[in-house]
Design a protein around this ligand. Structure first.
Ligand code: C5P
Length: 220
């Protein structure tokens, strides 16, 4: 089973307050995108395509090994993954879509996703339980409901798919529809999505506090 990784790295990083794309922000001296690519390769992915902001190609080329292919991303994550998938070509059996913003994802998570795909799942996501009480609020901030959390899960990346399944799901997604992850795209096409155990270290770096925590983890 051959696997291609598509790393979504074309975001701006505005919530991180960075002066460059988030994927080029450094963690322990290495850009976030370099950590994410290394995780995929160490976990068993054969080749990697990275979607980058058009104006930043040179910075990404300098940050990544030569075997990694760079393609121009889009204005939204959905558009970026579409571009990465098109560039990934028909050679691979499975595709793993990963966020550059999850630099400390252990390779074990990649291996679990690949194993579930090899066992026949058409789509698989790493998940973690929700540990906090989770509520619904109204426009005024008042709690209107509490959601039973036993069946709730937080969804991480890399998310894995049989390539043809993901390509067909994106082809069937109307232009302009934006979904926050790729499992939502295949679910919209009626494909069942399996789960494997995620990892707290695969947390997404969004705000400065997340980067600070990631730095502490690396130092440890
Ligand atoms: O903004 P957020 O952190 O949710 O983005 C998740 C991932 O999607 C990031 O790795 C980011 O670089 C990527 N992204 C993208 N193209 C965009 C927006 C986000 O590849 N237009």
């Amino acid at each position: 089973m051959s696997a291609v990784g598509v790393v979504a790295a074309a975001g701006s990083g505005s919530r991180l307050g960075a002066d460059r794309p988030k994927a080029l922000v450094e963690l322990a001296g290495r850009p976030l995108v370099a950590w994410a690519v290394e995780t995929l390769l160490a976990g068993g992915v054969d080749e990697v395509v990275v979607t980058v902001p058009a104006a930043e190609r040179a910075g990404f080329a300098a940050a990544l090994p030569g075997r990694v292919r760079l393609v121009e991303g889009g204005a939204t994550r959905t558009a970026s993954v579409r571009a990465g998938l098109a560039a990934a070509g028909p050679g691979a059996d499975v595709v793993l879509v990963h966020d550059a913003a999850r630099p400390l994802t252990p390779p074990d998570v990649v291996a679990r996703v690949l194993a579930a795909l090899a066992a026949g799942a058409p789509a698989v996501v790493p998940v973690l339980p929700v540990v906090d009480t989770t509520v619904v609020v109204d426009d005024g901030g008042l709690v209107t409901d509490a959601v039973p959390r036993a069946r709730l899960r937080r969804v991480q990346t890399p998310q894995g798919f049989h390539r043809a399944t993901l390509v067909a799901a994106y082809a069937g997604l109307a232009e302009g529809v934006e979904l926050t992850d790729d499992a939502a795209v295949v679910r919209a096409a009626g494909v069942p999505v399996a789960t494997v155990e995620g990892d707290e270290r695969a947390a997404k770096v969004t705000v400065p506090h997340d980067l600070h925590l990631a730095g502490l983890l690396v130092a440890r």
